[in-house]
Design a binder for this molecule. Structure first.
Ligand code: ADP
Ligand code: ADP
Length: 226
């Protein structure tokens, strides 16, 4: 069964602008899909519709076999990692990672186990008591990922998570994200305008242009037949 299915998805903004047009896509369980294309092609709009932060104008969307068109973001069981990390400055690394579990009133003992397991995977163990302001860019990005994985969601959604990092760190985090995704085996949709990320991270690449899917291919197919 597909983890995420998009059927004839369209988005027309209030001013009549068609940002996403007739998108059809099936994402398999555990698959890592990249949405790539130039600025303004509709990547964020599509991702926000999957998360539920943006209404679908027409079409149908299924997550884990369930129709989600009218479901609120919190009922979709997805984890999103944003470009700007969206960490809480007054909370420690521990509490930033624990945040989604606090919201769902998870018992303390389980919170502790899950936060430490996530911190282990992301090599954040030594930084759990620090505040975001005292972390490097790469560490902040890892805290944001920790908060995403601690929820054990159905899928990860990344919105250009590395675009605020310098080139060296970007390369490092690319490797980390790829390793983490394989290890967790979690379905992932990753938005980027970066060709290198598109060609190295995913199992499949969806090329968007002016709101339309232009190509769907493996990185290898794109490399051999650009
Ligand atoms: P990308 O993420 O690929 O840069 P977006 O999905 O942010 O693209 O935007 C796609 C197109 O839709 C752009 O032309 C953008 O200006 C337009 N757009 C995005 N949000 C709105 C909005 N709230 N109202 C009108 N147009 C919008
Ligand atoms: P990014 O390219 O980093 O995704 P944008 O600067 O395109 O971000 O968009 C930031 C916010 O502004 C988004 O919430 C988007 O919906 C909104 N937005 C983008 N383009 C327009 C537009 N033409 N009209 C109204 N809102 C827009």
């Amino acid at each position: 069964m597909a983890a995420i299915t998009l059927k004839d998805i369209n988005k027309t903004y209030g001013d009549g602008f068609r940002a996403v047009q007739d998108v059809n896509l099936e994402i398999a369980d555990g698959e890592f899909v990249i949405l790539v294309g130039p600025s303004g092609c509709g990547k964020s709009t599509l991702l926000r519709m999957i998360v539920g932060l943006e209404d679908i104008t027409s079409g149908e969307m299924f997550i884990g076999g369930q129709r989600v068109n009218e479901k609120a973001p919190r009922d979709r069981n997805l984890s999103m990692v944003f470009q700007n990390y969206a960490l809480y400055p007054h909370l420690t690394v521990y509490e930033n990672i624990a945040f989604p579990l606090r919201l769902s009133k998870t018992p303390d003992k389980e919170v502790d186990e899950r936060v430490r397991r996530a911190a282990d995977l992301l090599e954040l163990n030594e930084h759990l008591e620090r505040k975001p302001a005292n972390l490097s860019g790469g560490q902040r990005q890892r805290v944001a990922m920790g908060r995403a994985i601690v929820r054990e969601a159905q899928a990860f959604l990344f919105d250009e998570p590395l675009s605020n990092l310098d080139a060296k760190l970007r390369g490092q985090m690319r490797t980390e994200i790829s390793r983490l995704q394989k290890r967790l085996g979690i379905t992932t949709v990753y938005v980027t305008h970066d060709q290198v990320e598109a060609m190295t991270l995913g199992d499949r690449v969806v090329v968007l242009r002016r709101g339309v899917v232009q190509q769907v291919a493996t990185p290898r197919e794109l490399y051999e037949n650009p």
